[in-house]
Write a protein that binds this ligand. Structure first.
Ligand SMILES: [Zn+2]
Ligand SMILES: [Zn+2]
Length: 118
């Protein structure tokens, strides 16, 4: 059964894409950022990658100490919104709470507790 963990997100959306495991609940801070992202563009946020188990992280070529392994990261797309615009919003919103990474088709966000950008 699906478990709602914030207004618009289910716990299952953050599970490993390869095995369905999710040892950690996504942090409250991350959920608040994703809810604000949804509100900003008034459009659904799709989690393309949340938690990754070590096998999956290796398979997708993730960095060794990826925040996805810690369960406090999400790669996201906002339906109908350019990833660049998503990055610009998240850069502001996340500030020094965590990391924001820009990619062609998605944006990475995490709440590592220190500022990181790429
Ligand atoms: Zn897995
Ligand atoms: Zn990522």
């Amino acid at each position: 059964m699906a478990t709602r963990i914030s207004e618009h997100f289910l716990r299952e959306e953050f599970a490993c894409n390869h095995c369905g495991e999710l040892p950690y609940d996504p942090p409250r801070q991350l959920l608040e950022i994703l809810e604000d992202l949804r509100a900003e563009f008034d459009s659904p946020v799709i989690i393309t990658s949340g938690y990754r188990c070590p096998i999956h992280n290796r398979n997708v070529g993730g960095v060794k100490h990826s925040r996805h392994l810690e369960g406090d990261a999400a790669d996201v797309k906002v339906k109908g919104v350019d990833p660049h615009d998503v990055y610009v919003f998240l850069d502001q919103r996340v500030g020094s709470l965590g990391g924001v990474g820009k990619y062609n088709s998605f944006t990475h966000v995490d709440t590592r507790g220190a500022r990181a950008r790429w």
